[in-house]
Ligand binder design. Structure first.
Ligand code: 13P
Length: 249
């Protein structure tokens, strides 16, 4: 069975004090023990968040560079993230792809760096509204996975996490219906079975992201192939984030 995961992507929101308060509240709220909880603050805050954090919440970064070190102004490497206690990173969020021109090739290098450094990752994929309206979303997502992820061996990908985030549902308040989410998640699971095997496909958590909120999380998480969520806006408030965590019950 894939792990149930609820992850909060804070994006470029909250200052350090607000982030610390949020994590402290998550730590002290009685939430479903069967759900793995992760937060992705701005990398600048990983250290400060780790200092107040309990074991309950895994802390990661929203982005990292594939190189170990060097002249890459403004970037952070995996070993730097690990040195302050970060254990996992997002790869290929649509905002990185669209606003920072991250290509499938760049993302493949990040996937390889994560594997080589024993660093967890959530690989993000998802189509724009235009692609959904053209009806080619499955091929589009398949191409993203094939170009950046499916070169891994089964024993390398088995601990990875995939997040399906349709761009048209991110920050728009327009969420995918549970049917739309399940349809794509089922397709992704099938791609994993075809590329690897049933056991490997069954070990990879596939998260949904895009306007997931306390009001719709229960229905989304009830879908057989939705193993949790990557949450943006609703992860900035402890009450709504914890309500989403408890939506599996
Ligand atoms: P929202 O939940 O704000 O739509 O953001 C989703 C997202 O991009 C998470 O990575």
């Amino acid at each position: 069975m894939p792990r149930k995961i609820v992850a909060g992507n804070w994006k470029m929101n909250l200052n350090l004090i607000e982030g610390i308060e949020l994590v402290q509240k998550i730590n002290t709220t009685d939430t479903d023990v069967n759900v793995s909880i992760m937060v992705f603050p701005p990398s600048l805050f990983v250290n400060g968040i780790k200092e107040v954090n309990s074991e309950k919440v895994q802390v990661g970064v929203q982005n990292f560079h594939s190189e170990e070190k060097g002249a890459f102004t403004g970037e952070v490497s995996i070993s730097q993230v690990k040195s302050v206690g970060g254990t996992i990173g997002l790869i290929g969020h649509s905002e990185r792809r669209e606003l920072f021109n991250e290509s499938n090739e760049t993302l493949k290098l990040k996937v390889d760096a994560a594997i080589q450094n024993d660093f967890g990752f959530i690989f993000c994929c998802g189509e724009s509204l235009g692609i959904r309206e053209a009806g080619t979303e499955i091929e589009f997502v398949k191409n993203q996975l094939e170009k950046s992820l499916f070169h891994l061996e089964a024993d390398q990908i088995k601990d990875g996490i995939i997040a399906y985030e349709p761009i048209w549902a991110i920050g728009t308040g327009r969420t995918a219906s549970s049917e739309q989410a399940e349809d794509m998640h089922r397709e992704i699971r099938k791609m994993l079975v075809d590329e690897y095997d049933t056991e490997t496909a069954g070990s990879i958590s596939i998260l949904y992201g895009g306007s997931c909120k306390p009001g719709n999380a229960k229905e989304l998480f009830a879908c057989p192939n939705v193993d949790g969520g990557l949450i943006g806006g609703a992860a900035l408030d402890a009450t709504s984030f914890c309500a989403i965590i408890d939506s599996f019950k």
